[in-house]
Design a protein around this ligand. Sequence first.
Ligand SMILES: Nc1ncnc2c1ncn2[C@@H]1O[C@H](COP(=O)(O)OP(=O)(O)OP(=O)(O)O)[C@@H](O)[C@H]1O
Length: 338
Amino acid sequence: MKALELGKQPLTTVLEQHPMVADFVTALGFSAPDEHISLSQWLAELPDEALFDAGMERGQILDHLQRLVAEVQLMADRHAERIDSVTLIGGRDKSGRAENLELTFRAGEIVCIVGPTGSGKSRLLGDIECLAQGDTPTGRRVLINGTEPDDDRRYAPDRKLVAQLSQNMNFVVDLSVRELIAMHAHCRLVSAPEQMADTVIACANALTGEKFSADVSVTQLSGGQTRALMIADAALLSASPVVLIDEIENAGVDRRQALELLTRGEKIVLISTHDPLLALRGSRRLVIRNGGIAEVIETSERERQNLRHIERIDATLMDIRERLRGGQRIEEDIAWPN
Ligand SMILES: Nc1ncnc2c1ncn2[C@@H]1O[C@H](COP(=O)(O)OP(=O)(O)OP(=O)(O)O)[C@@H](O)[C@H]1O
């Protein structure tokens, strides 16, 4: 849209269709009249003192608003780009032996990464996070929708494809949970940020045993609450179609629900874990040895049946944990599910 065209539009329409223009007008302390005049007409009628106070020249404002609208549109277009697949092209292990493989992960898929300590699980997540192009110690390459990502995609912070939820997350801002999430929703151009924040918080509360209020400061959240909040935020608000998770065990988070929430958004989820509830939920798992992907195991039907059994055992354990938390004794004969 040209500056002239934006200027010709009725002011009320501009403010309605472009909330950031309304924010800009309010921030400068201008008040918009009710009558039906065009944006240019309204600018022409603004008193000189108002412009002086705002530190802007009359001619600059229309041009500035035009650029603002164009930039926000560009951001929205970028967020709408669809990622259907991520392809990993093998590199080499720590001894320099070739991995000789090409793996494609599709939207909605959960892939688990297993392997001993120091074997290279985080390195693999790191390669995907930076969309490696043979320029990391493993020599791996990553393709997006089957093609090599351009530098803009690799390095522009607002085009990040990958959200990484790391094990330790600390907030340094003193905002309430609602303020922080609403701020994120605002940046993501969600039309009702406060409402979206409430949805994210409700989701996070469904994931954690220790519920928290929207008004609590983020610095007061426990590790499990923080993790639940970040998972809900990544699932509902993040533009990143790929989510990498370095372990979510022992964090007081309902792991099954967390994964369901993440994959419902058609994201690709890669998770480094040895938790059977998570590792057997994935469609396949990558076995890492000596820095290389040594094996790719498809989850079998028998393993899925075992997963259901493990879930029942886990529910019994969770119940015992809850009772201990509530100060109860555990003295009965425990009936383990078959
Ligand atoms: N293919 C490789 N070539 C060279 N170095 C590698 C390779 N893979 C991993 N490494 C290096 O090995 C070290 C250990 O890897 P990493 O931290 O990824 O292991 P991990 O499996 O995540 O360990 P932990 O389970 O203890 O977190 C890192 O310094 C990493 O950069």
